[in-house]
Design a binder for this molecule. Structure first.
Ligand code: B1M
Length: 233
């Protein structure tokens, strides 16, 4: 039996458990990640802290080794799968805050891009803050964004891109909204690891959101402005 198999997660103190979870995420061990999440929740950790410290923290390590050619796509897929296992446990907890309905957001990853963990996380946090979230998935061409907006009652369009090669597509979507004369009907928020504020401004988005928490705060801010403008007549 290896040392790894001897580790009993529930016996580890919090800091060691978090480090062990980073290792388990790296190794794509979904069941261990799920167990770790449940243990931390049982120790009264806030769901958001479990998410950011144990899961997102672990994925950062995976990202570095992927970049450096130490990990390859199959291993990273396993890590992503383990991460999703943990996120599935946290989702209902993050969504169950009883927040009043804030507005509706359509969110999707742009064409050519299949990364969805960050987008899913933003969706979860937005739901937790009281937004209705219509998640249109990955690899979205401009037509699918338009179709989702056409379904009606949408306040915010959120777009995600994780690749430097796909992020320019966000401008294609925004330019199409402008051409159709509907750009100002929506608040457009963009996010994803390779983006920055300057890029967000350059493509004509309302705001770039560094992470899911910023996305929630930004969305709330824009909804408050919208309500104030409506109230002012
Ligand atoms: Co990909 N990948 N990947 N990958 N992958 C990156 C993005 C990369 C940076 C890795 C690296 O080299 N270090 C690199 C991109 C380099 C670049 O463009 N400069 C890369 C590459 C190259 C690729 C492939 C091309 C590899 C290949 O095939 N040779 C390929 C592309 C496939 C495609 O999309 N066409 C590929 C494939 C994959 C997997 C399928 C194996 C897998 C995705 C699984 C999945 O998502 N279901 C994968 C993964 C997991 C990653 C890394 C390791 C992790 C991404 C992630 O989930 N992070 C990533 C490295 C990294 O980012 N450090 C990498 C955790 C997540 C919580 O963070 O997504 O940043 P993030 O989301 C954050 C914020 O960015 C923000 O909030 C989120 C939560 O806080 N945010 C938003 C995100 N979207 C938002 C939308 C908003 C607001 C905020 O709207 C309002």
């Amino acid at each position: 039996m290896s040392d790894e198999e001897d580790i009993i997660l529930s016996e580890l103190p919090d800091d060691e458990l978090v480090l062990q979870m980073h290792d388990d995420l790296y190794d794509g061990l979904k069941e261990e990640i799920e167990e770790g999440v449940n243990i931390l929740l049982g120790r009264d950790w806030a769901p958001y802290d479990v998410l950011t410290t144990a899961l997102v923290g672990g994925m950062t390590v995976v990202g570095k080794d992927f970049r450096d050619g130490i990990l390859f796509v199959p291993e990273v897929l396993l890590a992503a799968n383990a991460m999703k296992g943990g996120m599935a446990i946290l989702k209902p907890l993050l969504a169950a805050t009883g927040a009043p309905r804030m507005g509706t957001m359509v969110i999707g990853t742009v064409k050519g891009d299949i990364h969805d963990i960050g987008k899913n996380l933003v969706g979860m946090m937005m739901e937790g803050a009281g937004f209705e979230v219509r998640d249109i998935g990955i690899n979205n061409a401009v037509e699918s964004y338009l179709e989702a907006l056409d379904a009606g009652d949408v306040d915010i369009l959120g777009m995600s891109a994780l690749l430097t090669t796909t992020m320019p597509y966000m401008k294609v979507v925004i330019d199409t909204l402008v051409e159709k004369g509907i750009r100002d009907d929506y608040t457009v928020l963009v996010g994803g690891a390779p983006l920055n504020e300057e890029f967000g401004k350059a493509i004509g988005a309302d705001a770039y959101c560094r992470d899911a928490a910023v996305a929630v705060e930004t969305a709330k801010e824009f909804m408050a402005r919208k309500h104030n403008a409506l109230a002012a007549g």
